[in-house]
Design a protein around this ligand. Structure first.
Ligand code: DAH
Length: 340
């Protein structure tokens, strides 16, 4: 009898069930009136009187153990059923999803692309990691030009120099090397300079470069194109002013100011009380740059310009700190809901 009890106890300790039905089967097998445990109680009558106390105790323990085990299994399945009964209520109204907005720099970049698109400029891009030739040498930078200084350029490797492009003018070179004139293109992109981050400067920023090469392109074409752009971007009352400047890859070179759209030219702290703000560099492509790329400078002339997208966006939206563009604060970002 004792052996039989031990055997059943061991069996009960290992029982498992994969459904509520199986739990019920097990209950019938062990604990129902005709079950295995109940059968032992029937046999109990035949146990000699001297052992009754001990065997009775063991039998009761077995019964309790079996009951406990089945209760445990049952409650496991009850819990699972509760979880699966908690199905989502499909009739509830959906939570509010805040739609995203375009980043102000993207809005202005797309607007620049659109404005130049209207006068026949197509868009291309080039690599952010450049070699010395495309970022400097082909653009007529002499070997000791200060812009090559370690202070400005992030070098990645030396001999040969590999660097993060410091301007999108590198894409001018790539385009002139691979495309026959006429060329009428703009090149938007990200550029990198080793500068301390402040309200007015960042080590990563964005430019749009423009290039027009054909027969008989003149400085008057450049001026007219830029005037058209400034009026489209800042409004038809905008005036432009070209000042002589120097870039190795353009001759003559200029910088263009637009009349301050914040004070209307009267003078404010944005234009430093001059009424004008500088927005781009430009000039006629230096014959050396054309020849470096296999374009005959005797037959072709062209102009180029390069503008900073951050600067134009700051003016357009009167943003005083450039770092706001990179902080990703939604309170700032969601103010810009331009169509672009
Ligand atoms: N690459 C110049 C810069 O980053 C900007 C520039 C000036 C671009 C004159 C031009 C240009 O294409 O003609 O400061």
């Amino acid at each position: 009898m004792k052996d039989r009890i031990d055997q059943l106890l061991a069996e009960i300790n290992t029982i498992r069930a994969i459904s509520m039905d199986e739990v019920e089967q097990l209950r019938l097998k062990y604990l129902s009136k005709k079950g295995l445990v109940s059968a032992l109680f029937d046999d109990f009558k035949g146990v000699p009187a001297g052992s009754k106390r001990e065997v009775g105790q063991l039998l009761n323990e077995l019964k309790n153990k079996a009951q406990q085990k089945l209760d445990d299994l049952k409650s496991q399945f009850e819990q699972r059923e509760e979880v699966s009964a908690a199905k989502p209520d499909l009739t509830r109204p959906a939570g509010h999803i805040e739609p995203g907005t375009r980043h102000p720099l993207s809005i202005v970049r797309n607007q620049i692309i659109e404005i130049f698109g209207r006068i026949g400029y197509t868009v291309a891009d080039g690599p952010e990691i450049e070699d010395d030739w495309h970022n400097f040498s082909a653009l007529n930078f002499t070997p000791d030009h200060p812009a090559r200084d370690m202070q400005d350029t992030f070098f990645i490797a030396q001999d040969p120099d590999i660097l993060l492009r410091t301007h999108t003018s590198s894409v001018q070179i790539r385009t002139m090397e691979s495309t026959k004139p006429p060329i009428r293109m703009i090149f938007p992109g990200r550029v990198f300079r080793n500068e301390a981050i402040s309200a007015r400067a960042h080590c990563i920023f964005h430019q749009v470069e423009g290039l027009y090469i054909d027969k008989n392109v003149s400085f008057a074409d450049l001026k007219q194109t830029l005037m058209y752009f400034a009026k489209e971007m800042f409004g038809e009352h905008t005036k432009i002013r070209l000042r002589p400047s120097y870039f190795p890859f353009t001759e003559p070179s200029g910088e263009m100011d637009v009349s301050c759209n914040i004070c209307g030219g009267v003078g404010c702290n944005i234009c430093k009380y001059t009424g004008w703000v500088e927005i781009l560099g430009c000039g006629m492509v230096d014959p050396n740059a054309l020849d470096n790329c296999g374009i005959d400078s005797k037959s072709y002339t062209g102009f180029a310009f390069g503008m900073g997208i951050e600067r134009i966006t700051m003016l357009k939206y009167q943003i005083r700190d450039l770092r706001l563009f990179y902080e990703n604060d939604v309170r700032f970002l969601k103010q810009f809901t331009g169509a672009f």
